[in-house]
Design a protein around this ligand. Sequence first.
Ligand code: MRU
Length: 371
Amino acid sequence: VPDTAPLTRRTPIPIASIAWDADAPVIIDQRRLPDDLVHWRLDTVDAVVEAIRTLAVRGAPAIGIAGGYGMVVGLDETGGSEIGPGEREALASILDSLAGRLESARPTAVNLSMAVRRVHRAAAVQVDGPTARAAALAEATALEVEDRASCAAIAANGRVALAGARRLLTHCNTGRLATAGDGTALGIVYAMDAAGELDEVLACEARPLLQGARLTAWELGQAGVPYRLIVDSAAGAAMAHGLVDAVVVGCDRVAANGDTANKVGTYNLAVLARHHGIPFWIAGPHTSFDLDTPDGTAIVVEERDPEEVRTARGHRLAPADAPAWNPAFDVTPAALVAGYITDVGILRPPFGSELRAGTRDLTTASTGASL
Ligand code: MRU
């Protein structure tokens, strides 16, 4: 059987993980990759919530944007967009209820609640439904536009942080599918590759849902970036064999002290990297930093259906009644992190003004604290 799925050719195709199109967001249904590239129009709030829960749209920045657009969909669906000027309480109650439904779709990535609250705030100060709807759409669109700029700034800062590291190891999917732009950790990979600074990326498969195998391998293949896929448990051997100059991964929530939640298996990589003297970097937008969460113990880690562990893409791997534990994320202690490559600079805790000034003009972002 030829080892060539229809979509693993090296012809770049445009990847818009999420885009607003005539009254609804349209996403790439990531559950179907790499076999099929299909889009899903999310024209109800239930659809937006389901898409986020089932990882049809996934990655911290992308679910934030989906949540933002979900507020607009919800205003239309509930009639909130048509509420008159005398009914601001009704509008407020619709906005509260929509925000609650969308925020609770997934708990760990802070981008989701930050984005939903931002859109809620923009809509709630308007006088009536039509202006609230317009403000919500403008704010959600701004989230998407800002995320693209943010990815570009992370890539630029990442090239500085990772200068000289030609062989990278990464985890999960942090690229064009996970963001509105080129990605966070993977955005750095694309930028280094374009600049001739990259020899190879090792991509961990990211069991149980295989975001590395299904999505990162697909993305990098589309873009012609040199990569090899490894099973998660080969990461230690790869480091011991001298195949890794630096590890760079994304983040779902960075606590005020730098403890970082990311795809389960990230912590293992950080411990291995420390043992081998390899720098371990976190890459992410300032919107993934949660200064209200003091440390990693306060981060809510999503636990998913144990069936995801017993199966792989619908195939049973284990006895149907095997007890299983399925945390979607783990928390890497700040002490294992070389630094945080963000859109507002290369940071180390304690984080300060760079992050608090979250709405600043991202085009002025530059590398911050020296390492
Ligand atoms: O469960 P997922 O696929 O949404 O997990 C995604 C990750 O852990 C990513 O590393 C993180 O969201 C950063 S994406 C730029």
